[in-house]
Design a protein around this ligand. Sequence first.
Ligand SMILES: [Zn+2]
Length: 69
Amino acid sequence: MAKKCIYCNKEIDEECVIDFCEKCGVAVWGKKMFDAIVKNMENAKNDDNLCNGMGNDYPLGKQKKEKSM
Ligand SMILES: [Zn+2]
């Protein structure tokens, strides 16, 4: 299932750590800030899987969901 940019509805990579496309991210935060955010999110993702990007109430930590298929 593809993720979509929360701003423009453009499809984005499901693996993407953020919920919006680069264009909108840069438009909202500016290039520098956007890069910082992405970097932060990627670091967090590497530490422990983030559930669906930012703005969620999931506590970071041991909340891994395993898909059984
Ligand atoms: Zn967008």
